[in-house]
Design a protein around this ligand. Structure first.
Ligand SMILES: NC(=O)c1ccc[n+]([C@@H]2O[C@H](COP(=O)([O-])OP(=O)(O)OC[C@H]3O[C@@H](n4cnc5c(N)ncnc54)[C@H](O)[C@@H]3O)[C@@H](O)[C@H]2O)c1
Ligand SMILES: [Zn+2]
Length: 353
């Protein structure tokens, strides 16, 4: 494949709107949507620092960075700025940023004046392969991740691969974590491809990154088209996230790093339960390590257990875990909340073997 044809389109048609997703689009394509329309851009200070001069003549709301700003306070600041810029029902909101900007701006646009049109330019790999697609928008609340939010599809998503040139390497690796998640739950070919192309992926090779984004969006948009509001199959995308979210909160890891360790634990639990082969578990660890992602960390089991129990995906007495049947196939398993501490202790022993 030559670089010239590194582009593809996807569509999500849901009850909460339709999204046109363009992989290989360009940041400047926002003018297609913003022409003749009062448009306000929401971005963060890092992305603004790199790309502000390419935002056109639109008004810009700039927020700070980091998971700790994904709050109602930031939302309040955005609403005030929207009022200042005289945003009305006909205005268009465009988020230009990573997953944090997309999640908050999507929520702000979905709720301001009962909902405005909005679209995303995803600027981090994690946002391109995951966060910008599927219509989940929201903020954290009182220590609970993504506790306040809505399902609302963005009208458009642009994934401009060239913007990744300025992404810090640590953030690129966090994006790899969600790509590996997609491969593990549903696509063994993608897993094999990443295994053979780790070095090129770390070198920002555009063909390899394109394949990762393209395959991830194909898989996620298929799942969202079948189960937009997570009544069933969409919950597969939470693989690695139950323990991952707890680690992210307790230890202050980045989302992708926490998910990487969470996936290793979920894979190990799948081996303990007899669903998944130890050799395949070892392949997963090797792949994550080759991509520069963490695969384990010291943590206090009781504290992580408490954090998992508070996770919003808890369902009365049990927690729905996503486990592997092998590379590229997964299943759900309810684990009783009272067994969780024992499960985490068994996992600790498994790793010490
Ligand atoms: N809505 C969903 O379905 C969904 C799915 C997965 C993750 N998420 C959420 O996404 C968030 C994580 O997203 P993220 O990893 O993109 O984090 P992020 O938005 O914090 O971006 C990572 C860092 O990279 C910087 N950055 C982004 N693009 C850049 C670029 N092109 N050049 C230079 N710097 C750039 C940002 O300023 C930030 O410092 C989490 O809050 C997670 O919960 C949401
Ligand atoms: Zn995630």
């Amino acid at each position: 494949m030559t670089r010239a044809n590194l582009s593809n389109s996807f569509k999500i048609d849901g009850k909460t709107g339709s999204s046109d997703i363009k992989v290989g689009g360009k940041l400047e394509d926002i003018s297609i949507y913003s022409r003749d329309r009062h448009t306000v851009i929401i971005t963060d200070s890092n992305v603004s620092g790199h790309y502000r001069d390419r935002f056109g003549n639109n008004e810009v709301i700039t927020i700070k960075t980091g998971e700790s700003i994904k709050t109602l306070q930031t939302l309040e600041y955005i609403y005030k700025q929207m009022i200042f810029f005289e945003v009305d029902r006909n205005s268009l909101i465009i988020a230009i940023g990573g997953g944090i900007v997309c999640d908050i701006a999507g929520f702000a646009a979905s709720t301001f004046m009962r909902g405005l049109d909005f679209g995303f330019v995803a600027t981090s790999l994690l946002a391109q392969v995951d966060a910008s697609v599927g219509g989940k928008n929201g903020v954290n609340f009182d220590g609970f991740k993504n506790m306040i939010g809505v399902f609302q599809q963005p009208d458009f998503v642009i994934c401009d691969l060239d913007l990744l040139d300025t992404l810090p390497e640590r953030e690129l690796k966090c994006g790899f974590s969600e790509v590996v998640k997609h491969a593990l739950i549903a696509d063994s070919n993608l897993f094999n491809y990443i295994e053979s192309n780790c070095t090129n992926a770390l070198g920002f090779d555009k063909e390899v990154i394109f394949r990762m984004v393209d395959d991830s969006i194909r898989l996620k948009s298929d799942i969202v088209n079948k189960d937009e509001t997570e009544r069933g199959e969409r919950a597969k995308l939470n693989f690695g996230h139950t323990i991952g979210h707890a680690l992210q909160y307790e230890l202050g890891l980045n989302h992708g790093e926490a998910v990487s360790i969470g996936m290793v634990y979920a894979s190990a639990l799948s081996v303990i339960k007899g669903y998944h082969k130890r050799e395949d578990h070892n392949r997963i660890i090797a792949l994550l390590q080759n991509l520069g992602l963490p695969v384990d960390i010291d943590f206090d089991i009781t504290e992580i257990c408490k954090a998992v129990k508070r996770d919003k995906k808890r369902n009365q007495e049990s927690i729905k875990f996503v486990l592997l049947n092998g590379i590229g196939d997964c299943r759900f398993e309810n684990i009783n909340i009272n067994e969780l501490e024992k499960v985490l202790n068994d996992l600790r022993q498994f790793f010490e073997q």
